[in-house]
Unconditional design. Structure first.
Length: 428
């Protein structure tokens, strides 16, 4: 049974200056004159060729404009708006807002300059529209027919782009996964594989790791791309104590190639990302072959910041901490042995008896070994501080009054913050 022509042809509505045509269904090709059918086939083939040649939605819009004799806009809010022939930017923004509202299922009035429009559907979802715009020259009477061809070509372009993005995402995930887990990747291999993904790691990089407090990895990845051009970012499934998703990024060397400039840019990005979760940054590694170690360092920094209640600030990425993190990444047993031989007895004593030997030692060193200043800082009597320092000496066999022992104790406190962070217990 042939459908009623009124149900499949364009619906019409009166508007100032004439008839505005808003197609609601694709044309029935067998119902068209032979010459129009031939033109539609030629236009469809030309549009598909443009997509396959890489001309994108802009190429499709230009061909549709040539076929209709008017101005054609292809609007995909996720990718922007192209208008052929080119018009002002304000028109593109106005059309994008209109189609975005329609795609969300919200009522939106058709702009006055839209003569006809056809939705673009991808997997049954409205993702955009092809619109014929009012211009200085009136379009041909059969112009709406070509909008359907443009919409079909746009779907092909979007499907190809999505498939390409899926492949690139898989390659990114594979590369970053191997960077984190493989020790045998050569510098040349790291540079080559990153270059395929548009990231230049030939002069080194900083590795960033974000543990998200909300499941918005795409937003975080987009923020990284916007703030740090050339960065390579990818999500990994939840890890850590609460199985929260993480986003990893390789931040290539700054334009001048210096460690200072690269770290400054990385820290600026980290500051912006902290609203989305805890951020760990590695130091700058100039050798691409060592970027696996940089990734491990970023993870260690993130783990320390996630578990420690003490404010660490930027000190965790520099100075003594930077050296300790690299030792922890490459020789963790050595650091744990040092920890056990120095401050571990104090930590266990505090846990067992709910004392504050660790806090007292930290405050004593922070106040340049001033007994009175230490007592004032932790609201304790000077004799109490003297008793605790003596207890520290007995438990560790290291005397806080001696310069060499103080150096070992100070280093052990930093190690403690890295491998056994925990809140201090109350004073009894």
């Amino acid at each position: 049974m042939t459908p009623d022509g009124a149900a499949v042809r364009s619906r019409h509505r009166r508007a100032a200056g004439g008839i505005t045509i808003v197609p609601s269904a694709p044309p029935l090709l067998h119902d068209r004159p032979p010459r129009l059918l031939e033109r539609l086939r030629e236009a469809h083939l030309a549009m598909v060729d443009a997509v396959l040649a890489g001309d994108g939605l802009g190429g499709v819009a230009e061909l549709a404009a040539a076929s209709t004799g008017g101005t054609v806009a292809i609007v995909v809010p996720a990718r922007g708006t192209v208008i052929a022939p080119a018009e002002d930017r304000a028109a593109g923004e106005r059309l994008t807002r209109w189609v975005a509202e329609r795609a969300l299922g919200r009522p939106a009035a058709v702009p006055a300059d839209v003569l006809a429009e056809v939705p673009i559907r991808l997997r049954e979802e409205v993702v955009g529209a092809v619109a014929l715009l009012r211009g200085a020259v009136a379009p041909s009477a059969d112009a709406p027919e070509f909008l359907h061809m443009a919409a079909a070509a746009a779907v092909t372009e979007l499907a190809i782009a999505r498939a390409r993005e899926d492949v690139e995402q898989s390659l990114r995930g594979s590369f970053l996964e191997e960077l984190l887990t493989r020790q045998d990747l050569s510098g040349a291999e790291v540079v080559r594989r990153a270059a395929r993904l548009g990231c230049d790691l030939s002069r080194g990089a900083v590795i960033l790791c974000v543990e998200l407090i909300a499941d918005r990895p795409r937003l975080v990845a987009a923020t990284i791309a916007e703030e740090y051009p050339g960065a390579l970012a990818e999500q990994r499934e939840g890890v850590g104590r609460e199985a929260r998703p993480r986003v990893y990024a390789a931040l290539p060397a700054a334009a001048d190639g210096s460690a200072a400039s690269t770290l400054a840019l990385a820290k600026r990005l980290a500051t912006r990302l902290r609203r989305h979760g805890v951020v760990g940054l590695s130091g700058f590694y100039s050798d691409p072959a060592e970027l696996g170690c940089a990734a491990q360092e970023a993870e260690l920094v993130l783990d320390v910041l996630s578990q420690s209640d003490a404010p660490m600030g930027d000190e965790i990425a520099g100075g003594t901490y930077k050296l300790l993190l690299r030792v922890l990444a490459s020789h963790p047993e050595e650091l744990k042995t040092f920890y056990e031989a120095t401050i571990a007895p104090l930590v266990r004593y505090d846990d067992q008896y709910r004392t504050e030997l660790v806090r007292t030692l930290q405050t004593y060193l922070d106040t340049n070994c001033n007994m009175n200043a230490t007592a004032a800082a932790i609201f304790a009597h000077r004799h109490t501080i003297a008793y605790r320092l003596e207890r520290i000496r007995e438990l560790t066999q290291l005397d806080p009054m001696l310069s060499e022992d103080r150096e070992r104790l100070g280093l052990s406190l930093k190690v403690h913050r890295l491998i056994a962070p925990r809140p201090a217990g109350p004073t009894l």
